[in-house]
Write a protein that binds this ligand. Structure first.
Ligand code: DSN
Length: 415
């Protein structure tokens, strides 16, 4: 990409950026939480908005000179409201983890109980995993999926009745099924709990009207903006009007200082893109592509967790095929296919070498790949996994990956 000043002043950094662009372009990016932003979003990220401090919110800032910053942030808020039907939106969270932490502090007192999904069943670290600092502040109890891999509503209700949580938390990082928000809201109402959904992974599928939307139903909904929503790296919180003041205060001054307005401009642009009719086609294609992978991996005899997929991702137990999640990730990396090793429900193995891999279709779909390409991709993955110790097979797959990616250039208009 043309970055003359950077090339002249800091060629070492420019070279690393170019190398990363080449890596992204010549491989198959299948980590389900990754995506490629538009050039318009990239331009906003590299804009003068990064120079400005703007603590506070539009119309109520602590620093002067925020008149244009206010335009940017208000556009981001208004567009997010339109996409999700939100009563109130805060676009300042720096990413998903601080967004979640702010939600807990906005809604709860230290020591209060939160009922959230177990990490190995698809939950997220910030949903109360014992290694997190936030687990020292709140009392997290964890529900799981049932033997069929679905959220066990009876168990969730029984746990809610037993533990009387102040907050019931849904929305997951490795769970591949649809979520019945009204049923969970009903359980929450029965025990007097508030409801929170973390839609970081599926926000783009909701924006593209291909998955259920919790925003009109739940009290608070957090998300990142850089996954299926295809915006810049960042977070966002949506909530009912009743919680608006508490959420805003929990973000600033509760947790963060000056918002990153260049990112917020990128969010606003991504939201504009998500409001285009083409985004519905994008979300549909993400799911259609994932369904092809589901069919192919079933044909190859892999064990798909949760029984398959309703969204953009698959969680696959690779151990019956004689390798671990870490070995699978490494072999695929050598072959130019990026996935991540991942725990499976009640995994007997460790997080650094678990039984599964998690892979998804958002980034490949952004590059324009469709069902027929997914058939090819599935075969390439299968070959790499079957011959994971054979460097010559991995090299051959790498060559085929390169040939495939050449048909789908990344940022071609900017070269
Ligand atoms: N790291 C993100 C993911 O990959 O799902 C979530 O934190």
């Amino acid at each position: 990409m043309n970055k003359q000043h950077l090339t002249d002043y800091d060629p070492a950094i420019q070279k690393a950026i170019e190398s990363e662009l080449n890596r992204q372009e010549s491989g198959l990016e299948m980590i389900p939480s990754e995506n490629f932003v538009s050039l318009a979003v990239l331009e906003a990220l590299g804009s003068v908005l990064t120079n400005k401090y703007s603590e506070g919110y539009p119309g109520k800032r602590y620093y002067g000179g925020c008149e244009f910053i206010d335009v940017v942030e208000q556009l981001a808020i208004d567009r997010a409201k339109e996409i999700f039907g939100a009563e109130h939106v805060n676009v300042q969270p720096l990413s998903g983890a601080p967004a979640n932490v702010a939600c807990y502090f906005a809604l709860l007192e230290p020591g209060d109980t939160i009922l959230g999904m177990d990490l190995s069943h698809g939950g997220h670290l910030t949903h109360g995993h014992p290694v997190t600092s936030i687990a020292k502040v709140f009392n997290f109890v964890r529900y799981k999926t049932d033997a069929q891999g679905l959220i066990d509503m009876d168990n969730l209700r029984a746990m809610a009745l037993e533990h009387k949580p102040k907050l019931i938390l849904v929305g997951y990082s490795a769970y591949s099924r649809e979520i019945d928000y009204p049923a969970i809201k009903q359980i929450a109402d029965e025990v007097g709990a508030m409801t929170m959904a973390d839609i970081a992974h599926i926000a783009g599928l909701i924006a593209g009207k291909q998955m259920n939307n919790p925003v009109p139903i739940f009290d608070v909904v957090s998300t990142t903006t850089h996954k299926t929503l295809r915006g810049p790296r960042g977070g966002m919180i949506m909530c009912k009007k009743d919680f608006a003041k508490k959420i805003d205060k929990a973000i600033f001054p509760g947790l963060q200082g000056g918002p990153h307005e260049n990112n917020i401009a990128g969010k606003a642009i991504a939201f504009k893109e998500a409001l285009e009719p083409a985004f519905v086609d994008y979300a549909k294609q993400i799911k259609a592509n994932a369904k092809v992978l589901e069919r192919k991996f079933n044909e190859f005899g892999y064990t798909l967790m949760f029984g398959g997929t309703d969204n953009h991702l698959l969680l696959i137990d690779v151990t019956p095929k004689g390798l671990t999640g870490a070995e699978a990730e490494k072999a695929l990396d050598h072959a130019g296919i990026t996935v991540n090793k991942n725990m499976i429900p009640d995994d007997p193995r460790s997080p650094m070498d678990p039984s599964g891999i998690r892979l998804g279709t958002p980034a490949l779909t952004t590059r324009g790949m469709k069902e027929a390409d997914m058939e090819t991709v599935a075969v390439l993955i299968e070959q790499a996994l079957t011959h994971h110790t054979d460097e010559s097979v991995l090299q051959r797959v790498r060559e085929e990956v390169k040939a495939l990616t050449l048909q789908f250039p990344l940022y071609p208009e900017h070269r």
